[in-house]
Structures are given as structure tokens and as C-alpha cells.
Design a protein around this ligand. Structure first.
Ligand SMILES: Nc1ncnc2c1ncn2[C@@H]1O[C@H](COP(=O)(O)OP(=O)(O)O)[C@@H](O)[C@H]1O
Ligand SMILES: Nc1ccn([C@@H]2O[C@H](COP(=O)(O)OP(=O)(O)O)[C@@H](O)[C@H]2O)c(=O)n1
Ligand SMILES: [Mg+2]
Length: 220
């Protein structure tokens, strides 16, 4: 028995996370759909901690980890890194945070990611925010992102789109069948997308209070 990150992978739901029981929202959508951009807005307004699976993997490469070369090669090819690597990084980041609510951005990207995260941590997401955007628009955004990413070139972008359609959409459909997907039209300008995101995160009783306020102030 143990609660260390290493122990988590051999002991099923004995992960430290099954004790911490954080609140988790998965943020999914194709490459360039605006996940990172909107997560920054959500953090500011709703007090979540943002964990981007891609950022954690890139930090792992920069740290000189023994997995670094393998991760670097896989990101350059636009393919999905083995789930135990990504889950370990997510668990560590969650355990190191004092917060108890997290936006997990860009994960789970395939069924292997999803099933292993659930069996290791015992966590089911509150809901899944899905940014829906055309490939044409996502391609335009990625080609002008200018963050020096090795995978923002047209060849790798096409491979990432293929992985999204062939593997990631399966996960979105899975959660949709469980009624957990909140789909957002992500092709609109950033501020308009965030209005739709806010509606998803604002608790129902806040929305009611807001409407009642409107009725009272109009004398109704
Ligand atoms: N709604 C939007 N309209 C236009 N450009 C956007 C929008 N959302 C994000 N961007 C830009 O598109 C690029 C990709 O956004 P990002 O948030 O990194 O997407 P993701 O994390 O899904 O790949 C960035 O340069 C970002 O500034
Ligand atoms: N769950 C994940 C998330 C990202 N990745 C890798 O990291 C790359 C970049 O992911 P990202 O989330 O930063 O990319 P964007 O969708 O933000 O453009 C992916 O193309 C994968 O190679 C992964 O292997 N597994
Ligand atoms: Mg991103």
C-alpha cells in the first residue's frame, strides 16, 4: 500500500488522487481549437488550476528526463505518448497543488488515456468541455501561433488532425453518450467563445439569481 505517485500505477485506485478526490473538468478539442486560450480565462474567473497535458510533456523534455527523447519524438510526429507517462505527470501536478479543482487540457486524447486515468485515479470528470472548430480555422490558427513549437508545421498539423479524428473524437463520443459533454462553438472570436464557456461554468442557482434580479429591476 502506498500513496506515492510511483505506487499509483501498480495499485489501481490506490492512487493518491483517490484520496484527494479533486474536481476535474476535461478540456478537449482539436489542435488549435483554443483550449489553452480559454483555460486561461476560466482560471481567472472560476478559480480552477490549469493543467495542459502538452505543457507538462514539454516541461518533461526540458527537464532532461530519461523519457525526454521519446516524448520529443512522439510530439514531433503528432502521436500520443504512452498513458502512464502523461498520467504520472498529471498526478504529480495535482498532488503538488493546494487547489482541489482542475482543468485538464488536452487529456484524455484516446481511449487508452481515458481508461487508465479512470482506473488509476478513480476520477470521473464533472463534465467535458469540447471546443468544436473546423480544421480550416484550426490550421490557420496553428500556422500563426508563433510559439516555436516543433509540431506547428503543416506536415505535423495534418498528422495531429488525423489522430484527433481517429482517436480523440472517440473519447468525446464516449462522454457524450454519458451526457457529460458541453459543446462550444469555438470558431467564433475569443470573447464570444468565452461567453459560451461562462454559461457552462456558472452554477444554475447563480443564473436564476441573475434572472430574478433582472425581473425585479424591471419592476416585474
Ligand atoms: N477564438 C479564437 N479566434 C482566433 N484565434 C484564436 C482563438 N482562440 C485561440 N486563438 C489563437 O489560436 C492559436 C491556438 O490557440 P490555443 O489556445 O493555443 O489552442 P489549443 O490549446 O487548442 O491548441 C493561438 O495563437 C491563439 O491565440
Ligand atoms: N494527452 C496527451 C496530450 C498531448 N500529447 C502530445 O503533445 C502534443 C501537443 O499537445 P497539446 O495539447 O499541447 O497541443 P494543442 O492541442 O494545444 O495544440 C500532442 O500532439 C501529443 O503528441 C500526448 O501525447 N498526450
Ligand atoms: Mg494547447
Amino acid at each position: 500500500m502506498g500513496t506515492s505517485v510511483d505506487a499509483a500505477h501498480t495499485e489501481g485506485t490506490e492512487s493518491a488522487l483517490s484520496v484527494k478526490k479533486p474536481k476535474v473538468v476535461f478540456v478537449l478539442g482539436g489542435p488549435g481549437s483554443g483550449k489553452g486560450t480559454q483555460c486561461a480565462n476560466i482560471v481567472e474567473h472560476f478559480g480552477y488550476t490549469h493543467l495542459s497535458a502538452g505543457d507538462l510533456l514539454r516541461a518533461e523534455i526540458s527537464s532532461g528526463s530519461e523519457n525526454g527523447t521519446m516524448i520529443q519524438n512522439m510530439i514531433s510526429e503528432g502521436v500520443i505518448v504512452p498513458p502512464e507517462v502523461t498520467i504520472k505527470l498529471l498526478e504529480k501536478a495535482i498532488m503538488e497543488s493546494e487547489n482541489d479543482k482542475f482543468l485538464i487540457d488536452g487529456f484524455p486524447r484516446n481511449e487508452e488515456n481515458r481508461a487508465m486515468f479512470e482506473s488509476v485515479t478513480g476520477i470521473v470528470p464533472e463534465f467535458v468541455l469540447f471546443f468544436d472548430c473546423s480544421e480550416e480555422e484550426m490550421e490557420r490558427r496553428l500556422l500563426s501561433r508563433n510559439q516555436g513549437r516543433v509540431d506547428d508545421n503543416i506536415d505535423t498539423i495534418r498528422k495531429r488532425f488525423k489522430v484527433f479524428v481517429e482517436s480523440s473524437l472517440f473519447v468525446i463520443n464516449y462522454y457524450n453518450s454519458k451526457g457529460r459533454v458541453r459543446k462550444i462553438d469555438a470558431a467564433k472570436p475569443v470573447a464570444e467563445v468565452f461567453e459560451a464557456v461562462k454559461a457552462v461554468f456558472t452554477p444554475v442557482d447563480d443564473k436564476l439569481r441573475c434572472c430574478l434580479g433582472d425581473i425585479q429591476s424591471s419592476g416585474g
